[in-house]
Design a binder for this molecule. Structure first.
Ligand code: ZN
Length: 173
């Protein structure tokens, strides 16, 4: 299980005080968070821009309900041309339910929820120009040549140079 609510190394804006919601109101949040809490900073993938989070948080009986929207931009390499580009990652609807009994000290921290959710949304590869990388054309002609080459070679029997007619079974005596 996710250790949500335990870690809150960041700013107070990520802390949700459950007691303040007990009157039944919905808390609207709108945050602009520095990306360092994601702890993703590699040559091939990093976050340089702030992460925007907004949504509603409220209580329903014994649960804390979070309904959030997240927008981020990551800097990553295009899988086709290998150039570094900025790629948006938008999560239009994060719906999270946390039992009040599981929230230590009645303070729920958004940090790990946001982090885990966003990291799961990072696609396995990126392509620049909204999936229309200019390097694609080059790659396609390159692949075509490869396919043609394989087709040419398919007609050749790879064992043709071997002659079995003279082979003998050598028995150990
Ligand atoms: Zn590209």
């Amino acid at each position: 299980m996710l250790a949500t609510g335990l870690l809150c190394r960041m700013d107070d804006r990520l802390k949700i005080y459950v007691d303040r919601l007990k009157d039944g109101h919905t808390e609207k949040i709108q945050l602009d968070l520095p990306p360092n809490f994601l702890e993703v900073d590699e040559a091939e993938l990093c976050f340089n821009e702030n992460i925007a989070v907004k949504g509603d948080i409220y209580l329903a009986q014994n649960d804390l309900i979070l309904h959030l929207q997240l927008d981020a931009t990551c800097s990553a390499l295009c899988a086709i041309c290998n150039e570094k580009n900025e790629f948006p990652i938008a999560i239009p609807s994060i719906y999270h339910v946390e039992q009040l009994d599981d929230i230590k000290g009645a303070v729920f921290c958004l940090e790990s929820l946001l982090r885990e959710t966003l990291l799961l949304e990072i696609p396995p590869f990126f392509e620049c120009h909204q999936g229309q990388c200019p390097g694609r054309e080059q790659l396609t002609s390159f692949l075509k040549k490869d396919v043609e080459k394989v087709k040419e070679e398919e007609g050749i029997n790879p064992f043709a140079h071997l002659s079995f007619k003279d082979s003998k079974i050598v028995e150990n005596s």
